[in-house]
Design a protein around this ligand. Structure first.
Ligand code: NAG
Ligand code: NAG
Ligand code: NAG
Ligand code: NAG
Ligand code: NAG
Ligand code: NAG
Ligand code: ZN
Length: 747
């Protein structure tokens, strides 16, 4: 707007005033007309007392949203996404981000922008292959492992397929004797010490099977025990079938002997870019020195089980314990070294660490009533190769739900709250795109986000839909899952099948696990206290496998997905519908559909477990649960009272609605301690965190559990028990804080 120049001429000023008066009358009539038209159009659904702000969402929207999605679209998106490898930091990463951006703009989003970050990534050296070898007596090379899966279908070949590697491995050479350490869990090293106390791991190269534990923790465990290198392999017991007649890719979904699991080794409390902990990796942010980063010091390389067999069958030393015997037809030995003591293992690893750009696409649908409240939907787009399961099945689902929301927008609908769609880059390197974005917009997201709803893999099996979530979201997930037909039996809902196949043994509902780490909900939940959820359709646990067999290998192709995992894409459609409906519900409901009573139950279960594990031991050191119990009584009452108050509310006052919604939004945030967990300052949630010994799994009350971990073995008994006492009081205080968040406002 610009201001007219006043030149002092009276007549001109009069003309001006006259014109302004005329215009004002015109505008008034316009507004009145608009109001009347608006009133007549909306009078049926408008609440006369407070307008749109008090309207219950229209039930029909949910039906239209779900019925507008279809399997053909999902297959189309997946085929586009899996056409080329799209590893983070490559031109294909950028291309994928741009494809998602243009798709969202076409679908009718208000905006879709690309946010890039300059982060530390890691690649094998094209010209200098990573070598894992057996040396003869005279140090000549006897055997060299393959560093790329065998091509089993010509259609799968592509010049940009990245070779086998573990991101952020040290680029080093190591030569020594080999020791087999099972899954390389802390408990495996304890077992090793008791069954083979003479085995000294210093200077050894360790071979471990994948599974049960995040690979980065395996490497950390090896390094802490003096190992100089580590070989990771996929054992048929963990990635194959028990059935001898089972077929492997491309004849079925089982992992062939040349299949290797790529994956990063970034273990830290902060995740995201290793060089910019706590801050966005933008152009001016100062980087820490790489030597100060938490990356491994030893070379690490993944191999398939055909190659692992060559190494393991030659190992000497004692027979490994029964539970360490894998699925290869040999008797697994521990070592150290081979039966011929003159033969040894050599690793020569050239995996780089280099700064490159990675790209997030952020799409926005502006809310109509509360545009400053965000419901965030997310999935990463970077893949090790084609990523037909991880993550492209999730990306295909996301593009179909964005299309469904776009169709509603084109019909004039808008959600009550804003919906932000996020397609993350470099998740596979340690949740980088999501973490950097949360770090960049930490204030806005911390103040405005209602929930973060993640799908990483949409479908990796067809047994049941599994969910991980903050307890606040349990009911909302159940209610969405009840509205969607299950593909296995149209007379049942996704909820029914889930309840049948994965029940919660303490309550008559399906089981929802705690979040742990492992995908992009982590920075939202653990850094800023935004309640997160992650859903996928998955295989039966009775298969006894560590992940779907082709996980992070060259065999994760469109062919694998549409031939064996989800022919017809019906499971994709089911997950997409649950995800869309959950998003719509949280974006639309007048009162945010969080249930604090479920938080009470999950807290009580977690505290019962703490008592079972530690109460006796703690009592001997004069530490009791009385403050935690007192805080829990207060939390229980406050949660119950809040819901009673909400149920009794006459929902005709926009300010009152906003006030209880703010309370609901702040419950999760109340569990955030700005100082963070002991020695893990970027993990700030007092109740839930990734386990410190296994980033994949979740710990409840991690501060207490970590303080109690192997406490008897610590020489500083007084110091350690002091930490336990502190952590117990922090837990009591935090639960109490959360309960005051839910209480009525009078202090
Ligand atoms: C409007 O508010 C009244 C009073 O609280 C409530 O009973 C009614 O259901 C509301 N109407 C709509 C359309 O939401
Ligand atoms: C590798 O070692 C095996 C077993 O000692 C031996 O039979 C074979 O000839 C060796 N091959 C090479 C190429 O050194
Ligand atoms: C293990 O080996 C290293 C290096 O050979 C040696 O320094 C260390 O003392 C050994 N540890 C034990 C417990 O024997
Ligand atoms: C396992 O190995 C043994 C001894 O080498 C052999 O006799 C047997 O046929 C093998 N079994 C299978 C299923 O390959
Ligand atoms: C290992 O090397 C030593 C020294 O060269 C030799 O005496 C011994 O026979 C070799 N052992 C085997 C099993 O080949
Ligand atoms: C729980 O509430 C009671 C009553 O307000 C209060 O006395 C007590 O200190 C609270 N418990 C904790 C751990 O703060
Ligand atoms: Zn993933």
């Amino acid at each position: 707007m610009s201001y007219g120049r006043v030149d002092g001429s009276v007549s001109k000023t009069r003309v001006c005033i006259f014109a302004i008066v005329l215009m004002s009358i015109g505008i008034c009539i316009g507004i009145l007309l608009g109001y009347l038209i608006g009133y007549s159009v909306h009078s049926e659904s408008t609440n006369e007392s407070c307008g749109a702000a008090c309207n219950e969402p229209d039930d029909d929207i949910s039906k239209r949203l779900m019925s507008s999605m279809n399997t053909a679209n999902i297959r189309h998106y997946l085929s586009v996404l899996t056409e080329n490898p799209h590893l983070a930091g490559t031109s294909a990463d950028k291309y994928t981000a741009e494809y998602i951006q243009s798709t969202w703009l076409e679908q009718g989003f208000d905006s879709a922008d690309i946010h890039s970050y300059d982060v530390l990534l890691s690649y094998p050296d094209e010209d200098n292959p990573n070598l894992v070898q057996i040396l003869n007596d005279d140090d000549t090379v006897n055997y060299t492992c393959s560093d790329m899966e065998e091509s089993l279908r010509p259609e799968d070949e592509h010049p940009e397929m990245v070779k086998q590697f573990n991101a952020y491995s040290a680029a080093k050479m190591a030569k020594g004797d080999l020791v087999y350490v099972n899954y390389a869990r802390v408990s495996d090293f304890d077992t090793l010490e008791s069954v083979a106390p003479h085995v000294n791991l210093t200077g050894k190269i360790l071979i471990a099977r994948y599974g049960r534990l995040f690979r980065g923790n395996k490497v950390l465990n090896a390094q802490n025990r003096g190992a100089i290198g580590m070989i990771l392999y996929s054992d048929p017991a963990d990635y194959g079938s028990n059935d001898d007649n089972a077929k492997e890719y491309p004849d079925d979904w089982w992992l062939p002997g040349t299949g290797a699991q790529r994956g990063n080794l970034h273990v830290s409390d902060y995740k995201g870019d290793v060089l910019t902990p706590g801050y966005p990796a933008n152009s001016y942010m100062v980087r820490i020195d790489e030597e100060d980063s938490p990356l491994p010091d030893i070379p690490v390389q993944p191999i398939g089980y055909d190659d692992a067999l060559i190494f393991l069958r030659e190992l000497g030393g004692d027979i490994a314990p029964e539970s360490w015997q894998g699925g290869l037809n040999i008797s697994y030995r521990i070592g150290p070294g081979f039966t011929n003591p003159n033969r040894s293992v050599q690793m020569d690893i050239h995996t780089s660490r280099e700064r490159r750009l990675t790209y997030n696409t952020i799409g926005f649908i502006r809310g109509q009533v509360e545009p400053d409240r965000y419901v965030i939907v997310g999935n990463h787009h970077d893949a090790w190769i084609y990523g037909s399961v991880d993550p492209s099945s999730g990306t295909a689902s996301m593009l179909e739900i964005s299309n469904a929301f776009g169709l509603l927008l084109k019909d004039g609908w808008r959600p009550r709250r804003s919906i932000i769609f996020c397609s993350w880059g470099a998740e596979e390197y340690g949740l980088i795109g999501s973490t950097e974005w949360v770090e960049e917009f930490v204030k806005n997201l911390g103040a405005r986000s209602i929930a973060y709803l993640n799908v990483d893999q949409s479908v990796n099996g067809d047994w049941y839909m599994r969910a991980k979530a903050s307890p606040l979201l349990f009911q909302a997930i159940f209610s969405a899952a009840k509205k969607v037909d299950d593909p296995s039996d149209p007379s049942k809902s996704v909820y029914d099948v889930w309840l049948e196949r994965n029940p919660d043994f303490l309550n008559p509902v399906p089981y929802v696990s705690n979040l742990g780490s492992g995908s992009d909900f982590a920075p939202f939940m653990y850094r800023i206290g935004v309640p997160g959820a992650d859903i996928r359709y998955t295989y039966s646990r009775s298969l006894g496998i560590s992940s779907y067999p082709a996980y992070h290998s060259a065999y994760e192709t469109l062919y694998l997905m549409e031939t064996y995992i989800d022919p017809g894409f019906k499971y994709h459609l089911a997950v997409s519908r649950v995800w869309a409906e959950l998003t719509r519900d949280i974006a639309e409901a007048i009162i945010i559909p969080f249930n604090c009573n479920d938080y009470t139950s999950r807290l009580v279960e977690s505290i019962d477990k703490l008592k079972k594990d530690y109460e006796t031991d703690m009592a001997q050191h004069g530490i009791t649960f009385s403050d935690i119990d007192s805080a829990m009584i207060n939390f229980t009452n406050a949660a119950r009272d809040l819901h009673v108050r909400i149920d009794g509310m006459i929902k005709n006052d926009a300010m009152a609605i906003r006030a209880v919604n703010d309370q609901l939004m702040n419950v999760e945030r109340a569990f955030i301690d700005p100082l963070g967990l002991p020695d893990r300052k970027f993990l700030r949630h007092i109740v839930f965190a990734p386990s410190s010994t296994n980033s994949y799994s979740s710990a409840t009350f991690p501060g207490i559990v970590d303080a109690m971990f192997k406490i008897d073995e610590d020489s500083d008994q007084d110091g350690r028990w002091k930490v336990v006492e502190e952590q117990m009081s922090v837990a009591a205080f935090t639960i109490q804080s959360a309960s005051t968040t839910m209480a009525d406002y009078q202090m």
